[in-house]
Design a binder for this molecule. Structure first.
Ligand code: G1P
Length: 288
């Protein structure tokens, strides 16, 4: 199938991060580190791995350290060079000019509204969305797996995962149709349903490939769950007119919007590091 390539990605990063206060009073939650890389860096790395060229950050007040992180840092690089330090540690943080764009969401009106703020930069191309709180970690990145599915099916894709039914009300939930390998048809979508109304226990886990038509739908989208403009509601309206599939990610997901998930991600990644695993294994014995 010939499809338009996915060249652009939107990272909605305007949220206030109240669940991590006071840590997030003066720094964005997306800049909290997992071991020694900020959370947002993992999402950008995942996008680059999937062949995405342009990163569009939907930011807000107090988020300028994200821009600094992906900029060149003249003094730092100059000093490191003069001391013969290896600069490759900074690879991936220096996005080329023109490969990143920043747009502000001025009011917290919801995820759908945040995505809509990027409409002019997206134009008439399909694009990816990454919710950086959802840390997807696998041998092959989640978006790369989704792009492979997209090349086969086209249209719109969501990453999904199965959770306990009691937790569905915190997420967008899919109404699944036929399944074939990792792909499942999406027949319907609901944002944060009551447990008894949930069509399944398959939740949207923070990665999307969307056709640009969603921007037109978002334009007139009324407020939904939580009084916010929901991306899920706009996507639901497109089902039937365009292909919609869910991809089950082959890898681990850490919910870094929660403290326990964030700590688990730190632990899991530290255990994968040759320079840390032994020390971590040693000290962890004291606590269990
Ligand atoms: C958002 C989406 C929801 C998705 C979730 C994943 O919700 O609206 O559909 O399942 O992210 O984390 P939020 O966590 O912003 O309330």
């Amino acid at each position: 199938m010939t499809v338009k390539p996915i060249r652009k990605a939107v990272f909605p990063v305007a949220g206030l991060g109240t669940r991590f206060l006071p840590a997030t009073k003066a720094i964005p939650k997306e800049m909290l580190p997992i071991v020694d890389r900020p959370l947002i860096q993992y999402a950008v790395d995942e996008a680059i791995e999937a062949g995405i060229e342009q990163m569009i950050f939907v930011t807000g007040r107090g988020k300028s350290t994200i821009e600094d992180h992906f900029d060149s840092a003249y003094e730092l690089e100059h000093t490191m060079r003069s001391r013969d330090k290896d600069l490759s540690i900074l690879d991936g943080t220096r996005l080329k000019p023109g490969n990143c764009a920043y747009v502000r969401q001025q009011e917290p009106l919801g995820l759908g509204h945040a995505i809509w703020c990027a409409r002019d930069i997206i134009g008439d191309e399909p694009f990816a969305v990454f919710l950086p709180d959802e840390f997807m970690h696998g041998e092959t990145g989640c978006m790369k797996q989704m792009v492979s599915a997209y090349e086969e099916k086209g249209g719109n894709l969501l990453s999904v995962l199965e959770i306990e039914k009691e937790k569905v009300s915190s997420y967008g939930v899919i109404d699944p149709g036929n399944s074939e390998g990792v792909l499942t048809e999406v027949r319907g979508l609901v944002e944060k349903p009551a447990i008894e109304d949930a069509p399944s226990n398959l939740i949207i886990s923070g990665r999307y490939i969307l056709q640009p038509d969603v921007m037109r739908t978002l334009e007139n989208q009324e407020a939904g769950s939580g009084g916010e403009i929901q991306l899920t509601d706009a996507m639901a309206k497109m089902i039937g007119n365009q292909a919609f599939h869910a991809v089950t990610f082959d890898g681990n997901r850490f919910d870094c919007g929660s403290k326990a998930g964030y700590l688990e991600a730190n632990f899991a990644l530290a255990m994968e590091r040759e320079d840390l695993a032994d020390d971590v294994r040693e000290f962890i014995k004291k606590y269990i």
